[in-house]
Design a protein around this ligand. Structure first.
Ligand code: NAP
Length: 495
């Protein structure tokens, strides 16, 4: 059954957000799921149900692939300039509606409004960047070394793409995939996280308004992601899976995609080390640690998960960070004064509690925080632990919360060895005033991205992604992001 489509206004009353639970977005239509079941959406700060969205079945997923297939030819043959203008319009509408969208993110994800505003600006930027990329897709031309023919290389859209995204950046993780896919000429089916579907549907309405034709972007939510995704990957018309989420689920999806030899891009988990050398600008290092740790209340794949500080500045850094962390205002994300919102679920709070208790049992000292809130809402206080031993579970697992574990190191070699002692390799941070040392250490650290005297690295203009078990492929960057959605076609030409 089709239902009326939600309109996103510039300054929408937050009480109206239930309007975004209007349906699956398939072929430009809003519809209920085939079996009319729903998924409830909670506000993590109150634990109250704020909306319900349709729970898509395998049948709905088949309809979404069908819609994407129907729209594919029209979109791939739409002139790049026209595709670019539609993407640019998406950027403009997102920017114009940023306050409404940020509030929606804060409501369903819990993140502080200031983080949600930052996310919308970042998310919108993928449309602006890829509007510029859409008209700069070029091929190659050369003479075969034998001289017998010309070599022409054309770049074509890879085909229908299945995009699966997490709850921690409900807008940006989706636009980081949708914008380059559309710029390349692909049609897509987005499966957002069950905890934060409202942002994805609000954006779907915005794409429609911006002129994205029916079927080019389809959005479906499901509580049965394994079978629903597997069914889409089994359709031979689907040629790409782009996933952002945990390494565990990434492995499952890689195995599923392997059955049909579907191309995969994987943005997976992290365990970022944050190194502070004796010669660092200490104030800058503490500022950087606050950003690297506390953006999104620690619920970020790039979050500083292990802080290693050289012995000469260890006490000063630890005390200063604890002072800053304990002064943060904790509260509902939608409260403008909030600096640290709730975690996404009770399960997330329990995991953080387990990791902190384990570290303390192994000898870590609590400088601030360290105990989960007992009231309503999924709160965990900003926490600083020092003397965290290498065997602590949090040194090997993503904390995904506002906990900063600090350990001491003596030598550069020791710092590098400890930084690399993980199966992950997404992000790392280095603070030193010696740029040559910084570059040398950066070259020895096994990570896809390094912040050198910077606590923030995400930028649509730079290639984002990890090595080791943090992923495959890159998103954003001058050509990296769009290349994930194209295939090279070589034409041998006799003339
Ligand atoms: P997750 O549990 O792996 O879920 C991510 C997405 O996968 C959700 O949409 C989820 O759907 C879906 N999913 C779960 N099981 C699935 C299955 N068997 N088949 C197909 N899809 C499935 O991760 P998360 O907890 O949402 O996000 C946190 C993780 O994402 C962290 O590890 C973080 O580091 C990582 N992350 C990485 C990046 C990066 O760029 N490298 C960026 C952000 C986050 P449901 O919600 O319906 O379960």
């Amino acid at each position: 059954m089709n239902i009326s489509h939600p309109v996103l206004e510039d300054d929408q009353d937050t009480a109206d957000f239930h309007r975004f639970s209007h349906g699956l977005y398939i072929g430009g239509q809003w519809r209920q799921s085939a079996d009319s079941r729903e998924i409830q959406v909670l506000d993590p700060s109150t634990e109250a149900v704020i909306a319900a969205v349709p729970d898509a079945t395998i049948e709905d997923a088949a309809a979404a692939v069908e819609a994407a297939a129907k729209a594919a030819d029209g979109w791939r043959t739409t002139p790049p300039r026209k595709r670019s203008e539609i993407l640019r319009r998406c950027f403009e509408l997102m920017t114009q509606r940023s306050e409404t969208l940020a509030t929606l993110i804060s409501l369903e994800n819990g993140k502080a409004l200031r983080d949600a505003r930052g996310e919308i600006a970042y998310a919108a930027e993928f449309f602006r960047w890829n509007a510029e990329e859409a008209v700069r897709i070029t091929g190659e031309y050369g003479i075969a070394p034998s001289g017998t023919n010309r070599i022409v290389v054309d770049y074509e859209p890879i085909g229908i793409c299945v995009l699966v995204t997490p709850w921690n950046f409900p807008a940006a993780m989706a636009t980081r995939k949708i914008a380059p896919a559309l710029a390349a000429g692909c049609t897509v089916i987005l499966k957002p996280a069950s905890e934060t579907p409202l942002t994805a549907y609000a954006l779907a309405a915005l794409y429609q308004e911006a002129g994205v034709p029916p079927g080019v972007v389809n959005v479906l939510t499901t509580s049965n992601p394994g079978p629903v995704t597997a069914a889409m990957l089994a359709d031979p018309r689907v040629r790409k899976l782009s996933f952002t989420g945990s390494t565990g689920v990434g492995r499952v999806l890689l195995a599923e995609a392997a059955k049909h030899v579907v191309s995969c891009s994987m943005e997976l988990g992290g365990n970022a080390p944050f190194l502070v050398f004796d010669d660092a600008d200490l104030d800058a290092a503490v500022d950087g640690a606050m950003v690297a740790k506390m953006r999104n209340a620690g619920e970020a794949c790039t979050a500083a998960n292990r802080i290693y500080v050289q012995s000469g500045v260890y006490d000063a850094f630890s005390e200063s960070l604890a002072r800053r962390m304990s002064s943060l205002k904790v509260g509902a994300g939608t409260d403008a004064a909030t600096e640290c919102g709730p975690m996404i679920t009770r399960k997330a709070v329990d995991k953080i509690d387990r990791l902190v208790n384990d570290a303390v049992a192994r000898g870590a000292r609590v400088l601030c925080g360290g105990k989960a809130g007992s009231g309503t809402g999924y709160y965990y206080p900003p926490t600083v632990l020092c003397d965290v031993p290498a065997e602590a579970e949090m040194a090997h697992e993503e904390i995904f919360g506002p906990v900063a574990p600090i350990s001491i190191f003596e030598t550069e070699a020791d710092a590098i060895a400890r930084a690399n002692d993980t199966e992950y390799g997404l992000a790392a941070y280095i603070y030193t005033r010696d740029l040559a040392r910084g570059m040398q250490v950066a070259s020895k650290i096994e990570a896809g991205m390094i912040g050198l005297n910077r606590g923030l690295m995400s930028d649509p203009a730079a290639p984002f992604g990890g090595v080791k078990q943090s992923g495959l492929g890159r998103e954003g960057g001058q050509h990296h992001g769009i290349a994930e959605f194209m295939e090279a076609k070589y034409i041998a030409v006799s003339i």
